[in-house]
Design a protein around this ligand. Structure first.
Ligand code: SF4
Length: 279
């Protein structure tokens, strides 16, 4: 599959750049082949300098394609796979390779995020393997829904899983994301059984994911796993609001503000009370 003439650079200043139709013209058969082989992936972008997506300074590859429909998603342009740029695995690995020395000096690493990176699990495995060959620390930021597509050996390519748990109550989760949370919880249990390090991520949205009992259930579950090294409580923000508007999509959280300091402290306390390190 030929790569398009690069009008849009692969590197972006941030994932909040709106990117659409970069994979237009890629036929359905080619998309299917890319998904089956992982020789080609669809990427929103690469960004550098992130300090919130794993330990140290990170290079992040943002994949396109997500099967969830989170009400608070701040990158809805990544839902559609062909909004991303078709990039060969060799090109993606070369891009990562540019930063290999700096990442080691800064004790950082590579994070594969999205969208949902496991929508392209063969490409994800190949890119994580390339990072591993370069001696770069690897993190996978995932909602876990497609975790079963990774074999145990493939999971070994991931030094750290950043696992998003959006809500505990199944009905609340379905209303929030459009899907069931059972596969995510199952993946969390599998990671625990294999003692794979996990940082749990919880997005705190006033009026949507701030129910104390629901957070407590997530915290109890996380504490019982035994492999959750840290919990990141991520305050909801509106940096992605313009994307919903530009894409002509109805945004249910148009008028929702970020949680205040007290709400964030309350959520952190719930996790900490159960012995978890929460930041
Ligand atoms: S899982 Fe992530 S990328 Fe997918 S809709 Fe939810 S917030 Fe957006």
């Amino acid at each position: 599959m030929p790569e398009p003439i690069a009008i849009t650079p692969l590197e972006a200043k941030s994932p909040f750049e709106l990117r659409v139709n970069l994979g237009r013209g890629v036929g359905e058969a080619e998309v299917r082949q890319a998904l089956a082989t992982g020789d080609m992936g669809f990427l929103h972008s690469f960004t550098t300098g992130a300090t919130v997506d794993g330990p140290g300074v990170r290079v992040v590859a943002w994949t396109s394609g997500c099967m969830w429909r989170c009400q608070y998603c701040h990158n809805p342009d990544t839902w559609t796979m062909t909004n991303g740029m078709p990039v060969s695995i060799a090109h993606a690995a070369d891009e990562l390779g540019k930063y290999r020395h700096g990442l080691k000096v800064m004790a950082g690493g590579f994070t594969l995020s999205g969208g949902e990176p496991l929508m392209q699990h063969r490409f994800a495995v190949k890119l994580l393997a390339a990072a591993r060959r370069m001696g770069i620390h690897t993190a996978l930021d995932t909602n876990g829904f497609y975790g079963h597509h990774l074999s145990d050996a493939e999971l070994e390519l991931v030094d750290l899983v950043l696992l998003d748990i959006k809500a505990w109550d199944p009905l609340r989760h379905r209303a929030l994301t459009g899907v069931d949370n059972a596969p995510t919880l199952e993946f969390a249990r599998r990671l625990a059984a294999q003692r794979r390090p996990v940082w749990l991520r919880y997005v705190l949205v006033p009026g949507l994911t701030d129910d104390r009992d629901d957070i407590a259930k997530v915290a109890e579950f996380a504490a019982g796993l035994g492999n959750v090294e840290r919990v990141d409580v991520l305050p909801f923000h509106q940096m992605g609001r313009f994307k919903w508007a530009r894409l002509g999509m109805t945004y249910a959280l148009e008028h929702t503000g970020p949680p205040d300091d007290q709400q964030v402290a309350g959520a952190l306390a719930i996790f900490r009370e159960r012995g978890l390190k929460a930041c």
